[in-house]
Design a protein around this ligand. Structure first.
Ligand code: PHE
Length: 493
């Protein structure tokens, strides 16, 4: 029997939507977005942000939907069907997602440690020293590699076990069921945290700072690029996740409606998170009597330094709000990690006819071993370098190729018909122009801008690490491409 016939399928639209929203809502929404808005013009940022959603992210989301929905197979197979040698592009995309997964789990690992610590405010008074030195023994020197940070390694075991437990089961019992439980829980807990935050004294200082528009920012190209980059990341576009998840959709699905729901849910969550985060920062600015721009940080600094500092000043309610906040990051992270494993695990299952359970087990074991390097004294430094390189170079390279391949080597009109097939509100032919001209131009702009930033790095260690990853990004996809496909054995055996 042709393997195309036993493609897994979502048992309900709800499972698909929850899995998609689960992938979209992640660290990008909680720790990246608030800072990106603040540092790129505040309220004025919402104009490039909403424009990017409408003219780039949503049209691109629909492209990925259509491709997965039409071909109903793994990402490398999709590219192979467009043109045989392009299979390698599909493996490249899957491989980059897997690499990203190996350090994304580490950040969630730190979060688990803070979840436990928040029960007793175990980070002490000096939260910065605690995070970088006491906990992570952070160093930029390679000697740090021989120093294992045991609490991080322990939480990596927990996270990889959870990913393994969820992903090895069939689609609906695993990803579908857990997304249906975790996403509503996440939204409910986040709502509690945000509602509490906006009642804090000083919250309005933070919210004003966040949304106070700096209109001249609109004339700065970098801000438009930042908006486009943020929304691509936030909606999980270009990593093979969307096409893989939509390849599991039943034939009668309404792509337009589903895409609009996912984008609205993700962006509302993002805005909600930003309001919550800035209310808390406003409170911090007021209680510590420091100007708001001194307390605003991004990423790790925000979650693991600024927030614990706020919880220290909050009194006993922090014993509830603290754990709830870290639990949010944990739930958001887990549903994203399982989506990052899916493109590569589905692709290997398809090509080599190996059972999902076995593929997931092997990938989790390899992923765990690879992520140990980030659980060393050099770990947090490596996370920064690898994240920067993969996001600015790897992912965008894949997106640019994807857009050019489907815009120019494939029949875009056919894709448009697929998108519109079961929909009441339909996309017009303007979608084709966006996919062929405007979006590739914007993507190339973001990509070149990112590479420019990378080249400016003159630090030797960083360059060597980037080179190693670049080599891996060529070797592995090539090996997977040239290995012959294994034919399925007859059932009689
Ligand atoms: N959307 C995720 C986030 O906001 C990141 C991600 C990108 C996940 C691409 C999967 C694929 O954190």
């Amino acid at each position: 029997m042709g393997s195309e016939n036993d493609n897994p399928q979502w048992d309900s639209t709800l499972a698909f939507l929850m899995a998609m929203i689960g992938s979209a809502i992640g660290l990008g929404n909680i720790w990246r977005y608030p800072y990106v808005v603040y540092s790129n013009g505040g309220g004025a940022f919402l104009i490039p942000y909403i424009t990017s959603i409408l003219i780039m992210a949503l049209p691109f989301l629909y492209l990925e939907y259509a491709v997965g929905f039409e071909f109903k197979t793994s990402v490398p197979n999709i590219y192979k069907k467009v043109k045989k040698p392009l299979e390698v592009v599909g493996w490249f995309i899957c491989f980059v997602s897997f690499l990203i997964l190996t350090y994304y789990v580490v950040i969630i690992g730190w979060d688990i440690i803070y979840l436990v610590l928040s029960i007793t405010k175990g980070w002490g008074a000096n939260t910065n020293t605690f995070f970088t030195t006491t906990l992570l023994h952070s160093t930029t020197s390679t000697s740090g590699l021989s120093h294992i940070i045991w609490p991080v390694l322990g939480s990596l075991i927990v996270i990889w076990s959870i990913i393994w437990y969820i992903s090895r089961q069939n689609l609906n019992d695993g990803i579908g069921r857990f997304s249906k439980i975790l996403i509503p829980l996440l939204v409910a807990i986040m709502a509690i945290v945000v509602i509490y935050s906006i009642t804090l004294p000083g919250a309005s200082i933070g919210i004003n700072a966040l949304f106070n528009p700096k209109w001249d920012a609109l004339f700065n190209l970098n801000i438009w690029l930042a908006a486009a980059g943020q929304i691509l990341f936030s909606l999980s576009l270009g990593w093979g996740v969307v096409s893989t998840y939509s390849s599991y959709l039943p034939k009668n699905s309404n792509l337009i409606k589903n895409g609009a729901i996912v984008a609205t849910a993700n962006c509302s969550f993002e805005l909600l998170a930003a309001i919550g985060v800035f209310s808390i920062l406003g409170f911090m600015s007021m209680t510590q009597n420091v100007p708001i721009n001194n307390v605003v940080t991004e990423g790790t600094g925000l979650i693991f330094v600024a927030f614990p500092t706020v919880f220290n000043t909050m009194g006993s309610i922090a014993y509830i709000i603290g754990p709830l906040f870290f639990l949010c990051v944990f739930f958001a992270g887990i549903t994203t990690t399982i989506s990052l494993l899916e493109p590569i695990s589905f692709a290997i299952t398809r090509k080599f006819e190996i059972r999902r359970e076995i593929v997931v087990t092997i990938l989790c074991a390899i992923g765990f071993l690879a992520s140990i390097v980030f659980a060393t004294g050099m770990g947090s430094y490596l996370v920064k370098i690898v994240d920067n390189f993969l996001n600015n170079f790897g992912v965008l390279f894949g997106i640019v190729l994807e857009c050019l391949i489907f815009g120019w080597l494939y029949n875009t009109e056919k894709l448009l018909n697929i998108i519109n097939k079961n929909a009441k509100i339909k996309l017009g032919t303007w979608w084709i122009y966006l996919i062929k001209y405007l979006i590739p131009l914007m993507l190339i702009g973001i990509w070149v801008n990112g590479i420019y930033g990378l080249i400016l790095t003159n630090n030797l260690t960083t360059l060597i690490i980037q080179l190693i990853i670049a080599i891996l990004m060529v070797i592995f996809p090539t090996i997977f491409t040239i290995r012959p496909k294994r034919e399925k054995k007859l059932e009689i055996e």
